[in-house]
Design a protein around this ligand. Structure first.
Ligand code: FE
Length: 350
């Protein structure tokens, strides 16, 4: 009887042990599944998706993507508060990252790899955000009508000789706001206001369309100069639309202010969310994005400049030559954004 009882007890013990083992395994599985990061992003390029997939394959960390405009994402993070699932925020300009930081939506992400890879002027001083790719806002000119010797600086675009020849998008656009912010930072508000008024004076038409549309307008003969971000020219030249290719080929690149402060640059960048539930994995993700290998894919795919100095730009960008860039800390662009909007209004830049 006792023997039987002991056998039964033993059997129960085995079963419960097995049960314990099984549940241990189950937890392991659950933990494995929970390796993920949530990325709020304003970027919308197919190549980004491929890069994220490679990261998933390499690390087993899933990248959950939420896409919207930077303003919408910032608002979302604000209303979600400490319940926000966001680990990271990617925007297409530094100004919005500065704004997110000012609203207390970001936190410091310390990593030796990130620190030594990204040059100081392309990241936040407190490591709240980092540049991922770099673009310059440049002048493109009609190859048949303009001689590059006639060009020099952003400031010189207000000269009388460019009357009715300049194409540029509206002042509501963040790229123009950041360019004007850089002019305020470098020349002061008064000079910047004169500049904006002088530009309006030389407009070929009332501002409309995006950067690519300005280049198409040059092809259509509506103006001779356009101010655009570098990668849009890459997109035009490599477009599947014949008219876009023709527009891209009708113009040449001019990097302004090379004798002075350098051409205005901006970044597409990434910030560490204040309440990031998966901070360690999020840091791994940033480290991955700034590695030489990924930088070359990341930047080249969208005709941008890498932020990692060891990575080389695409053939097309190399063909435009090296250029001097304005070293103004990008934080300034965000800080002066409001002032830039006011100056645009005063100058009646639509
Ligand atoms: Fe853009």
């Amino acid at each position: 009887m006792i023997k039987r009882f002991l056998t039964l007890l033993f059997a129960i013990a085995i079963v419960s042990c097995a049960g314990e083992k099984k549940s241990e395994k189950e937890t392991e599985k659950v933990e494995e599944k929970e390796q993920f990061i949530t990325l709020y992003t304003h970027r919308h390029y197919d190549t980004d998706k491929e890069i994220f997939k490679k990261f998933e394959e390499k690390t087993g960390i899933e990248v959950k993507v939420v896409k919207a405009s930077a303003d919408e994402l910032i608002q979302k993070m604000e209303s979600e508060g400490d319940q926000s699932p966001a680990d990271l925020l990617i925007t297409v300009d530094a100004g919005r990252l500065v704004r997110a930081k000012a609203k207390g939506l970001l936190q410091s992400a310390s990593s030796e790899i990130i620190n030594k890879t990204i040059p100081a002027h392309l990241k936040d001083a407190d490591n709240n955000w980092f540049g991922l790719t770099k673009r310059a806002r440049i002048i493109v000119y009609d190859k048949n009508k303009v001689k590059p010797e006639d060009l020099s600086t952003y400031e010189a675009l207000t000269e009388d000789k460019w009357k009715s020849k300049i194409l540029i998008r509206s002042s509501g656009n963040i790229y123009n706001q950041s360019l004007l912010a850089s002019i305020i930072a470098n020349n002061g508000k008064e000079k910047a206001t004169e500049w904006a008024e002088g530009m309006v004076n030389n407009f070929a038409r009332s501002p409309k369309g995006n950067d690519r549309d300005q280049v198409k307008a040059i092809l259509a003969g509506e103006g001779e100069l356009a101010v655009i971000n570098t990668y849009y020219l890459g997109k035009l030249i490599n477009s599947e639309d014949e008219n876009e290719v023709n527009a891209g080929n009708a113009v040449s690149v001019f990097f302004p202010n090379q004798e002075g402060r350098g051409a205005h640059i901006n970044i597409s960048g990434i910030g560490m969310a204040k309440n990031a539930p998966n901070k360690e994995n999020a840091i791994k993700f940033i480290e991955y994005l700034v590695s030489k290998e990924v930088q070359e894919i990341f930047a080249n795919a969208n005709y941008e400049y890498p932020v990692n100095p060891e990575a080389s730009p695409s053939k097309l960008l190399n063909s435009w030559g090296a250029f001097k860039e304005d070293q103004l800390p990008l934080t300034k662009l965000g800080e002066l954004n409001k002032e830039a909007v006011i100056v645009f209004d005063e100058a009646k830049w639509k």
